[in-house]
Ligand binder design. Structure first.
Ligand code: PXP
Length: 242
């Protein structure tokens, strides 16, 4: 099975928000990513709306033919914004107002009672639910117990290893967690910090169905265009699987 690529377009919107104007248009970027081979589009609707806005989420759902995956916090406000959009997937992620990006995954063991109500609410409206977690056995088992549909494994710790460091341990954690999640019947994706240099070994893990990649692709797109940036990443994913 070929690993699919979900393109996270948050940082196209980040650039637009700097001037509070129209450019660059994240919807256009998503459509180009889709035609270049992305299997899905991800966007994070943050509580502080630092990048993606409600209008972006609505328009993405309307115009895309690939699945839309909206990441958001597990909070009543986030549910109120995301449910009317009816994305194919909602990925629940940790969110911290002070940080641009929270470094870890959701602690689903600690938050189980809190998460259960939101998972139920999303299921009631036919939205599939993914939980973004660190690759740890207890976390994966809890995602299954909470009856979520999918797990996204945080590759942030792997991606943050210093250049030249031995990645065996982090890759083993991703391998073991992806195997367990798949055995438990969960769809498995992974992402955070993946780049042209480090994505291939993660793409090589057979249970991982999709990689969600944003910053690296959007950064490359500034230099070589969105279409080529997506195709370049797809090339690296295919090489990883060869
Ligand atoms: N997966 C999730 C759950 C995310 O929230 C993000 C972006 O914040 C990504 C993947 C993509 O990460 P990156 O931009 O580092 O590629």
């Amino acid at each position: 099975m070929t690993t699919r690529l979900g393109v996270n377009i948050d940082h196209v919107a980040t650039l637009r928000q700097v001037r509070q104007g129209h450019d660059p248009e994240p919807i256009a970027a998503a459509l180009i990513a889709q035609s270049a081979g992305a299997s899905g589009i991800m966007a994070h609707l943050r509580a502080d709306r630092q990048h993606i806005q409600d209008r972006d989420a609505r328009l993405l759902k309307e115009v895309l033919s690939v699945p839309l995956n909206v990441a958001c916090a597990a909070s009543p406000d986030a549910m109120e914004s995301v449910i009317p959009v009816k994305p194919h997937w909602v990925t629940l992620v940790p969110e911290n107002r002070d940080e641009l990006i929270a470094p870890g995954g959701l602690d689903v063991v600690f938050l189980q009672a809190h998460l259960r109500q939101f998972i139920r609410e999303l299921h009631t409206t036919d939205i599939r639910v993914c939980l973004f977690i660190d690759p740890q056995t207890e976390q994966v088992k809890m995602v299954s117990r909470l009856e979520a549909d999918a797990v996204e494994l945080n590759t942030g710790h792997y991606s943050n290893l210093p250049e030249g460091a031995d990645a065996t341990q982090e890759l083993d954690r991703l391998r073991e967690s992806s195997k367990l999640a798949s055995r438990l019947g969960l769809r498995v994706s992974a992402g955070r910090g993946l780049t042209l240099r480090n994505a291939a070994p993660v793409a090589a893990l057979p249970e991982i169905d999709e990689l969600n990649i944003g910053h690296s692709i959007v950064a490359r797109a500034m230099l070589i265009g969105m279409e080529r940036a997506v195709q370049e990443m797809l090339g690296v994913i295919r090489e990883g699987q060869a």
